[in-house]
Design a protein around this ligand. Sequence first.
Ligand SMILES: *Cc1c(COP(=O)(O)O)cnc(C)c1O
Length: 448
Amino acid sequence: MAFTTAPKTAREDLVARSLAHVWHPCTQMKRHEAQPPVAIARAQGPWLYGTDGRRYLDGISSWWVNLFGHSHPHIKAALADQMERLDHVMLAGFTHAPVVELSERLSALTGLGHAFFGSDGAAATEIALKMSAHYWRNTGRPAKSRFVGLAGGYHGETVGALAVTDIALFREAYAPLVRLAATVPSPDARNAAPGETPEGVARRSAAALEAWLAEHHADTAALIVEPLVQCAAGMAMHDPEYLRLARALCDRYEVHLVVDEIATGFGRTGSMFGHQQAGMRPDFICLSKGLTGGTLPLSAVLTTDTVYQAFYADDVARGFLHSHSYTGNPLACRAALATLELFDQLDTLKANGVLAQRIDAACAPLTQHPRVRHARRLGMVWAWDIDTILPDFSRRYHQHAMARGLVLRPIGNTLYAMPPYVLDGEAVDCLASGALDALNATLQEETC
Ligand SMILES: *Cc1c(COP(=O)(O)O)cnc(C)c1O
C-alpha cells in the first residue's frame, strides 16, 4: 500500500488530535495554527520531556503548582500506598485518615483550627467568600455581604471568584455575570513616588483602604488579599507592613481578612506562608497549587474557631452549605501529607535560601541587563520588567525560551521565574543563561 503523503509521526498525531478535541485553557485556540502545543511524554525533577525527545526546564513549576520536581519518589510511594487502601469516599457522613491528618497538620502550621476542602484555587476563593458572608448572616448582620480586593488582584476565574479578580482581560466578557467587588489601591512597591520606601507605599495604600472601610464597612464582609506577591498581576511585591495595617483596619471595622496563599503558600515567598512574614493572623487562608506538590487538584480553606462556632447549631440552614463531589479526596490529601513531610525531611525553607542565592548569582547578568527595570525577588519568585516596544513580548519571549529548552511565560512585559525547589547546577545554568539568551533574541525582533 502506498502513502500519498508521509505518515504522521506519533508526536504530530498527538498534537493534531489535541487540536481536534481538546480546548486548552488561557489560550486563543487559533494561535495554535502558527504555534502548536507541545506534547509532553513524561517529567522527572524540574524537567519536562517532549514526545519529540527534547527536554524543557519547568521554570514556572507548571503554573506554580510543582514544588519538589515532577514524579518525586516520596509522593509517588505515598500515592501508590493510598491507592491500595482507599481511593475515595464521600466526605459527608464519612471521614478517613488522610483528611484528618492533613487537617491537623494545616491547623498546626497556620493556627487556624478548621479546614474545608475543595478541588481548585477558584473553589477555595468561593468557599472563603461564602463562609465570610454566611458568618455575618449567622451573627445577625446580613447586610455585610460585599467584598473588597486589591487593584490587579487575582483569585480565580469562576463566576464568584471573578468578582474579586481585577484583571480586565479575564473579566470583561463575563462582566454581566459578575457581582463586582470594590478594589482599593495595590501596595505594589513599584508605585513608589521618588524617595518613597516600599513601607511608605504600604502605609499610603493602607490609608486608602482605611478611607474605603470607613465608608463601606457596614455592608462589607471581607477584604481578600494575595500576601506579599500579587502573582498574576505580574509578580507585584509589597511590604509586609501592608498586611499588618490591613489586619488592624479589618479588626477596627469588623471586616474579615482573607489571605489567598494559593500561589504564595508552601515556601514560595521564603516562609511557609507569605502572611507569616507580617506576624499577623488572618480569618481565612486559601490554599491550593503547591498543596499536593503539583500532583493532584486539591484546595483548602482554613478558618478560625470563632467562624466555625457561628455555624454550629441545630438548624441545618445555619450550617455551611457547599459541596463538591471530591471534597477531601484521600489520594489528594495523601499527596499533600507527603509534600508536607518533604518540607521537614529536606529542611526546605533553609535549603531554598541557599538555592535562591545561587540563582541570584547566576541571573546577575539578566538583572543588570540595560532593558531590565525593577528586578526583584522574594523567596523563590524572581521578576524582571522588560522595557520594550514589542506589543506581544510575552508570546515572542516564550517561543525563544522554548527554543532554548526553557519554559518561561512572561506576564505582559514582566519576565518571571518560579522554579521547583530542586534545581541542580545544570538546571540553574539552563534557567539563567536560557532566560538571558531568550531576552536578547526577543529584543532583536524590535529592529526587524
Ligand atoms: C492560581 C490562583 C488562583 C486560582 O487557582 P485555580 O486552581 O487555578 O483555580 C487563585 N488565587 C491565586 C492567588 C492564584 O495564583
